[in-house]
Design a protein around this ligand. Structure first.
Ligand code: DNO
Length: 392
């Protein structure tokens, strides 16, 4: 696999210049300043590419070329938006960038309730607290019918929690789920971030009548529309799984398990319609056998995120150190190395360690924590390669 690193552009505190010393070969980035639906101009792509190459690196992967909400829910402007998406893909193709990650999660990309949960060893982890998630949905978002999505005992505990949550804790939960987790990736939710809950409700509204089957059809429509450009420019499109891999806020989610992925790959059965194998997202679902999925889908995997989750009682999960948790990264590396296509891989997230938590990095993207994780993964890769050499 090719060792890559996610770089958030010129404002990133971890500069391109620092990366080669870590053994990084390729960069994963996006034109973050453009909102979903805007065409990425070729000149800007070239300038970014040159900046990366000037540091002796290559631009390996786009993460992400965001898909507009109207494409996902099938709004009236979907066709012109698809034209623009195709244009961005073509511009990427002209610049020789061949791997493009995207996701098809309605409204909200990834969900966590704590961005800095203190761990016993002094580090801080990204954490999903099921009760607080239910609390947000039922009490803060006050979504119609939300109680029906939770077991009665969870709803009861939400009522009890309501009696003890302070105003500050509530505001923090909203800020975490709606603003901070999302904002640095695709920009603020749009409009004013001053009223995040109202904004969030407005974004959820168009999905009211969109079923799982309909969302799948909208994904198929998207894939059929963009595949000709991908074929022409040999662009490997790779969808990111849903994180966590379960429906949230009454929204359908369609990349949660092996059956979903089989459907997706079959919907347009073309090598260019592929998968980002995010071991972290997939391992957060107890229904997922992550190794079996890697074996089944390696041939259509174009990008790998290495990370691992530990499932806790009551529906909680924590992002584990990269050497622990449900995803056996050593075995995943064996599987993807066997593909022999030098698939780009980045470590996804890391614990906040050694001051990362005070340095203002985007949540999950601290420098020391990711550097440690990368070192661990490089060690695993070296061991796997040694194993293979001995077998030859
Ligand atoms: C979170 C990321 C995701 C990912 C998108 C890809 O840290 O893994 O936000 O970039 O889902 O489209």
């Amino acid at each position: 696999m090719e060792i890559t690193w996610r770089w958030f552009g010129p404002g990133d505190k971890v500069s391109l210049h620092m990366l080669r010393q870590l053994g990084v070969e390729g960069v994963v980035t996006a034109l973050h300043r453009h909102s979903p639906g805007e065409v990425w101009p070729e000149a800007e792509l070239r300038a970014t590419k040159e900046r990366i190459e000037a540091e002796g690196l290559r631009w390996s992967v786009v993460e992400s070329l965001p898909v507009s909400e109207q494409i996902k829910y099938g709004g009236p402007d979907r066709d012109p938006l698809l034209d623009r998406y195709r244009q961005s893909l073509e511009n990427l193709g002209r610049c020789g960038i061949r791997t493009v990650c995207y996701n098809f999660m309605p409204v909200i990309d990834w969900v966590r309730t704590d961005l800095e949960r203190p761990m016993p060893d002094g580090s801080h982890a990204l954490f999903f607290d099921y009760l607080r998630f239910a609390y947000f949905d039922i009490k803060l978002l006050a979504r119609e019918g939300a109680e029906k999505d939770f077991l009665p005992e969870v709803v009861e505990r939400v009522e009890a929690l309501d009696r003890s949550m302070s105003g500050e804790e509530k505001a923090q939960l909203v800020d975490t789920i709606v603003t901070r987790t999302q904002g640095f990736i695709n920009g603020p939710l749009g409009g004013s971030d001053a009223a995040p809950l109202e904004r969030f409700r407005a974004l959820l509204a168009p999905y009211k009548d969109v079923s799982k089957a309909q969302l799948r059809e909208n994904l198929r429509y998207f894939l059929e529309a963009v595949m000709p450009v991908c074929r022409e420019w040999d662009i490997r499109l790779c969808i990111h799984p849903d994180d966590p891999p379960t429906p949230v806020f009454g929204l359908p989610r369609i990349v949660c398990d092996a059956e979903d992925i089989r459907w997706l790959l079959g919907a347009v059965d073309d090598f260019h319609n592929g998968l980002t194998f995010c071991a972290g997202s997939l391992s957060a679902g107890k229904h997922n056998d992550v190794e079996a999925m890697a074996r089944a889908f390696a041939g259509r995997t174009h990008f790998v995120h290495l990370r691992s989750c530990e499932l806790l009682p009551g529906g909680d999960f924590v992002e584990a150190p990269h050497t622990a948790g449900r995803a056996n990264l050593v075995e995943l590396i064996r599987i993807f190395e066997r593909e022999g296509r030098n698939i780009p891989m980045r470590v996804d997230h890391g614990r906040a360690i050694l001051g990362d938590e005070r340095a203002g990095y985007p949540p999950g993207y601290g420098f020391h924590g990711r550097m440690l994780a990368l070192g661990q993964v490089q060690g695993m890769m070296a061991a796997v390669r040694d194993e293979r050499n001995r077998q030859l």
